[in-house]
Ligand binder design. Structure first.
Ligand code: BTN
Length: 263
């Protein structure tokens, strides 16, 4: 991916203020974390054309075949109370969804907390990690998007797809990066004003693929099923159990699946 093409299209005030682009990295996320330990990084963006050891959530591998995906990590040093930082992963999901809408007209859905779904298939994943620094903390949000990818490994081929496969549109990866950062800045500002989802909840729930669907909550203590109703102000998924009680699911702790498949 061409750094100059990203910079030429960037319409942000701080997101991407420093942009480091690589042909190949083991993982933009690992690079970003190491950098964040050493220096101030608020707004720094790390982008790679391909990754040799891309990481997904829950220790999974994330594939970034050369030239077909966006693999990037955005570094933040928010002024938020640390317990409100996890919500930024949902904020980024909104920004990715909006960026894809802007460039393709396609309405992606969000599988809580932060997978982007088109026609029931996953086209993007987000991995958010927090590191403690002297005097504060940094949040590294890693975003992987399948833009023109056409082939997927056997074990994910039923759930994974790309923007091109689902929309027939071949968009510029650089333009997508710029559009996502632009929307992220706006949603970030909204989120940080109140440190909750009071202003973003409605938009998030419009995109929420799980809404009113049966979900399985893979709570390590005791898995349960219920109907996803939406999110609360903390960004937790609200699940109504069959006895009528409501449970709030925290994204850091448990994962949620559709009762009949991926969504
Ligand atoms: C998931 O859905 O499991 C999250 C996938 C996150 C992948 C991105 S690609 C850029 C950044 N670098 C990584 O190693 N992982 C994230």
């Amino acid at each position: 991916m061409m750094k100059q093409n990203i910079l030429n299209q960037l319409k942000t005030t701080w997101a991407g203020n420093t942009c480091l682009c690589f042909d190949i990295l083991d993982s933009t996320q690992e690079f970003a974390k190491t950098l964040a330990m050493k220096e101030p990084v608020h707004g720094t963006l790390i982008v790679a054309d391909t990754q040799s050891a891309g990481k997904g959530r829950r220790g999974r591998v994330w594939q970034s075949p050369k030239g077909t995906t966006v693999a990037m990590s955005l570094c933040l040093e928010p002024k938020l109370q640390i317990e409100h930082a996890a919500g930024l992963t949902l904020v980024m999901a909104l920004a990715v969804s909006e960026g894809i809408l802007e460039l393709t007209g396609a309405e992606t859905q969000i599988k809580w907390p932060n997978d982007l779904v088109l026609n029931g298939r996953k086209i993007s994943g987000i991995l958010t990690e927090l590191i403690l620094k002297e005097g504060g903390y940094a949040v590294i949000i890693g975003i992987g998007i399948n833009v023109t990818t056409e082939q997927f490994p056997e074990e994910i081929k039923d759930i994974a797809s790309s923007i091109k496969l689902e929309t027939n549109k071949e968009i510029s990866r650089e333009a997508l990066v710029a559009a996502i950062l632009k929307h992220f800045e706006i949603y970030y500002e909204t989120y940080t004003q109140t440190e909750d989802f009071s202003a973003l909840k409605e938009l998030y729930e419009q995109r929420l693929v799980n809404k009113e669907r049966d979900v399985q909550v893979l709570d390590p203590k005791e898995p349960y099923v219920g109907v996803a109703k939406g999110i609360n102000e903390k960004g937790n998924l609200v699940v109504e159990c069959s006895d009528g009680t409501e449970k709030c699911v925290d994204s850091g702790e448990v994962s949620v699946r559709g009762l009949y498949g991926y969504v």
